[in-house]
Design a protein around this ligand. Sequence first.
Ligand SMILES: *Cc1c(COP(=O)(O)O)cnc(C)c1O
Length: 502
Amino acid sequence: MKYNSTTNTDVSVSASQAISQGISDDGGLFVPCEIPRYSMDDIEALAKTDYCGRAKKILSDYLDDFTLEEIDECVTKAYTTEKFGASNPAPVVYKTNNGVEMNILELWHGPTCAFKDMALQILPHLLTKSLKKTANGKEAVILVATSGDTGKAALEGFKDVDGTKIIVFYPKNGVSPMQERQMNTQLGDNVNVCSIKGNFDDAQTGVKKIFTTDDIKAALSENNMLFSSANSINWGRLLPQIVYYFSAYCDMLNDGKIKLGEKINVCVPTGNFGNILASYYAMRMGLPVKKFICASNSNNVLTDFIRSGEYNKNRDFYTTISPSMDILVSSNLERLLYHLTDCDDKKVKEWMNELKSKGSYIVGEGLRSKITELFYGGFCDDEETKNTIKSMFDEASYLCDTHTAVAINVYENYVKSTGDNTPTVVVSTASPYKFSKAVLEAVSTSETLPENEFDMVDALHALTSQPVPAPLAALKDRKIRFNNIISVDEMPQYVLSSLGIK
Ligand SMILES: *Cc1c(COP(=O)(O)O)cnc(C)c1O
């Protein structure tokens, strides 16, 4: 199985090359040249195994330059009961709100309490094995610029993984108190965390510059190291996400919620378009999916795109209570365009160039109607998000986070406007305790709320009796290990010093 670039189909690399490289040299994203196809018998067989068994089958069909033993090792190390609190890392719970039934797929039982763990717990293992095959086992240095969730999930994933070091940069005043504490208390011998004076874009630009500076690359090479990325456009992050859509279908089958072959819808709170794209790959592989419901917050660039065929990032940027979806350029959409145009790399390249040069592009009528046939786009603002958290809690006894609430709100409106009662998987992407302030504001009737993050967690717990995830509760007593603040100009030297180079 080879991987092509979305902007040049002549590029053809192995799975391990696609994972170690992260992005194609021509700037395109790696996509599988063919998509494995499962029959209903195959899905029935998946339903008889556990999550790890499902993951091994799906990963091995895409990573054909990995041995079964290697895949077994990656999967078994990633999805442990110790890390996910149960043998099934991605359980489905059944709830009804406002008369609408939903099958909620909870993806936040991992060590950092957000869905990024589903991919970032396994990526380090896939990456180290890929590098052994393609880079003679050089030590990988992972550089991350983060606005919150990704940095912590990457730190937890790469913590004490042999052959890797990880350095995370975050904007000093650009992450939530809980997120900052999660990162600054990070354990592990191969981790480093540093804040920078500036915003997320400054951090991102700084990291990109280090990646492409020849002197720094040469210095690493002399020390038998190379840079690598845990970015969300890496195929090694997308692939593990396909698994939980199959797994949810199997669990619903086993629970008698659906019959084999029956179609479902999926509704996904969307930012960079990675999570929802994984469900599209699952459908292409044979999972019976009728509609993909793409839920956005006020940064509703995708809603407009799905409805009009015009992608336009020239608009106001809103800082919302669902910050992980505050994105105007959804990178993984490029892969969908590639597949829906039957691998038209020239067209994709043209659109991506237009996006870079003028911030917008328009797809033709043929593609637009293909998109609206498969996808439904909807969005809600912060007030509607909070109202949904409240009604889910009051009526369905379910406490959800702000991102999940966006998905539930959009799904309820979808059912109202279409009358479509197809069983639907609504994806839940974070623990409510990760966004305690907004969730507390939504469910509390009290006038005054505590100001300290951990007091808010306690207040939310007192009010709702929902268990606080152990990794978040433990943070309160953890020692701060990192409290560096540097300027963007100091980032290259910081990287070299922390690697012990100069
Ligand atoms: C990253 C993230 C999202 C968005 O996922 P994409 O794959 O970028 O679309 C949604 N919710 C939470 C909590 C996240 O951390």
